[in-house]
Design a protein. Structure first.
Length: 610
């Protein structure tokens, strides 16, 4: 079945100059001079301490581990899982996952709030479907299904018995005398690893706003990634949160988590206050069960084909005649634009004209989404406050079939804090909004995760010292310096993952998995060749950094036009760790670059110590 285009307003029916001015005004009133400092420092995180409090898995005492390893994988989420998979495929099996949670899963371990689902097409997002012989039950998988699938992979490849859970890294130092990393932990472990793979994920440490009076509140408080079902009632598998029937609840934040949890809170809480700085764009979410006839029709290689199709449809340009296999909000702009170009007989237009027309389609799609709000939310003032006035990718595009409808409930109240760019204050009994105190029993923080320019704060590791005692925090004080976004000079046998000077893919599991593949190749080749230490030479690193910067993805739209969020490091233009700094020529070009480098075989640009 051909994917249908959406019914967006015609170009002549929208006033783009007026919308640009509206976008600018909405951005400016949300800007805060504190930037990233508007959030509490990690040591202020009053809700959880993973060494002592994991609401999902009891912390079990164990003896300290002293051992030599080939590879230490720091993290047990998708990035760590895929690193273990690619190491295994490369013949490297003497490794451990070291993970601060009580099990595998990463964000899918911690996030168990009511209504949790993946925002991406599950047939793309869940890796290794063909190898595992697994098929998601529906297009957007529930969090529990994803968690269970991760456990299947961990068990299939024998990761579980090797893992150290409820273990936090406190320091890492390169020991030149033994050509290994000495890793210390909060469990008094002493691990000597030949190689270290940094797989801690991008969004892993919960953050809280530094709201005045936050510590004075006498009621219940928790972060959505530490959901307290003992307090709310219900469970991960059965989110009937009926203990809230006599509770006044506030939820702070209106990002991906909140739009999924709010419908449940609105249904069960006595009163619900939704505290919003910037609204999300929320489209409808058709989520049909997986069609068995479609599954039976699939040929080998179907997932890679679908992932590649999603990459083009969401991030790049859909070639003429190419179908949109994913067909959801992520691919809407390119899908609509392609349909119009097809209707015109595919005229020959240059890239400048194509990008102009794509920008116009961006405004048209966002206007459609704003019209959707007005068609659902009955109160006009509430509807207006819920409308997203920014470019399509300024905030993560979302979909949900019950979010807007929830604001028609008499017990649900939208607290628009855009005028003060955040919540004014908390008191012993509740919170202050526009000078008025609202008494509540519970404050739930859907305030996201740390994405910060302060690398030590992001990683949570006190000491990372490479060759000659060089600190990674000093070495990368002005931003990352790498070869292929994978390794850095002065830090032998250490590999990085995430958004670090590499190619960007809308499918994060594929992106981080390919990083694991590249690192696993280097590790396996070093071991085969008797190389004890491998790191970029200064010249090799400098050449790559220079080329990356020349070709770097243009962030001007995000920095200059988008409302503040973790996408923009809260509007700090000088921040060195923007989330989406990437290889400008695109994902496929970057994969060609590293694939050619591997196939050439000499490890050009690397120092190799035997």
């Amino acid at each position: 079945m051909k994917c249908q285009t959406t019914n967006v307003p015609a170009p002549e029916d929208i006033d783009i100059p007026a919308l640009k001015e509206k976008y600018r005004q909405e951005r400016e009133k949300r800007m805060r001079r504190e930037g990233q400092n508007q959030y509490a420092a990690p040591e202020d995180h009053f809700v959880h301490d993973t060494r002592e409090h994991d609401p999902f898995t009891p912390v079990v005492p164990r003896d300290a581990v002293e051992e030599d390893l080939d590879v230490a994988i720091l993290g047990g989420g998708w990035t760590g899982i895929m690193a273990g998979y690619h190491l295994t495929k490369a013949g490297v099996t003497n490794f451990r996952h070291i993970e601060h949670a009580g099990g595998f899963g990463g964000t899918w371990y911690w996030n168990r709030y009511p209504g949790i689902q993946c925002d991406n097409d599950a047939y793309c997002y869940l890796p290794l479907l063909e190898e595992m012989g697994y098929m998601p039950s529906k297009k957007f998988s529930d969090g529990k299904e994803i968690f269970d699938y991760i456990q299947m992979i961990a068990d299939r490849f024998d990761f579980r018995d090797k893992a150290l859970f409820h273990t936090e890294i406190t320091g890492m130092k390169w020991d030149e005398s033994i050509k290994r990393w000495r890793i210390s932990t909060d469990r008094d472990d002493e691990i000597r690893a030949r190689f270290v793979m940094m797989c801690g994920g991008t969004l892993s440490t919960p953050k809280f706003p530094a709201v005045p009076g936050i510590h004075r509140f006498n009621g219940k408080m928790f972060h959505t990634s530490r959901w307290d079902y003992d307090y709310t009632g219900g469970s991960w598998e059965n989110p009937v949160i009926d203990k809230l029937g006599d509770k006044r609840v506030a939820i702070l934040g209106t990002g991906a988590t909140s739009i999924q949890a709010v419908p449940y809170l609105g249904k069960y809480a006595k009163e619900l206050y939704v505290i919003q700085r910037t609204p999300s764009s929320v489209d409808e979410r058709p989520n049909p069960p997986t069609d068995p006839d479609w599954v039976a029709s699939l040929e080998p290689g179907w997932q890679a084909e679908r992932q590649q199709n999603f990459l083009r449809a969401a991030n790049e340009i859909i070639p003429p005649g190419d179908p949109d296999l994913v067909c959801d909000i992520w691919t809407e702009i390119n899908r609509n634009l392609n349909a119009e170009l097809e209707a015109e007989g595919w005229p020959e237009i240059g890239m400048e004209e194509f990008m102009r027309r794509r920008e116009v389609m961006d405004f048209r799609v966002m206007e459609r989404l704003r019209n959707r709000v007005a068609s659902i939310v009955e109160d006009p003032d509430t509807a207006e406050a819920l409308k997203p006035y920014y470019r399509f990718m300024c905030k993560r595009p979302l979909s949900n079939n019950e979010y807007y409808e929830t604001f028609n409930r008499p017990n649900v109240h939208l607290m628009d804090v855009s005028k003060t760019a955040g919540l004014e204050a908390m008191t012993e009994n509740g919170f202050i909004h526009e000078g008025k105190e609202y008494e509540i029993d519970c404050m739930i923080f859907a305030s996201g995760f740390e994405v910060t320019s302060e690398l030590k704060r992001r990683w949570g590791i006190e000491t990372v010292e490479g060759r000659d005692g060089v600190s990674i925090y000093d070495h990368w004080a002005d931003g990352p310096l790498t070869l292929h976004g994978t390794m850095t000079h002065h830090f032998p046998n250490m590999f990085f993952t995430g958004y670090v000077q590499g190619g960007l893919n809308a499918n994060t599991t594929l992106q981080f998995g390919e990083q694991g593949r590249h690192a696993s190749y280097i590790i396996s080749e070093a071991m085969k060749r008797g190389i004890k230490a491998v790191e970029p030479t200064q010249e090799g690193q400098d050449a790559y950094v220079r080329e990356f910067r020349e070709k770097e993805l243009d962030l001007s739209i995000i920095l200059n036009e988008c409302t503040p969020s973790y996408f923009t490091n809260e509007g700090e233009k000088e921040a060195k760790w923007f989330l989406f700094r990437g290889w400008g020529p695109g994902w496929d070009d970057f994969q060609r670059l590293v694939r050619d480098w591997r196939e050439e075989g000499s490890m050009e640009g690397m120092r190799l110590d035997s």
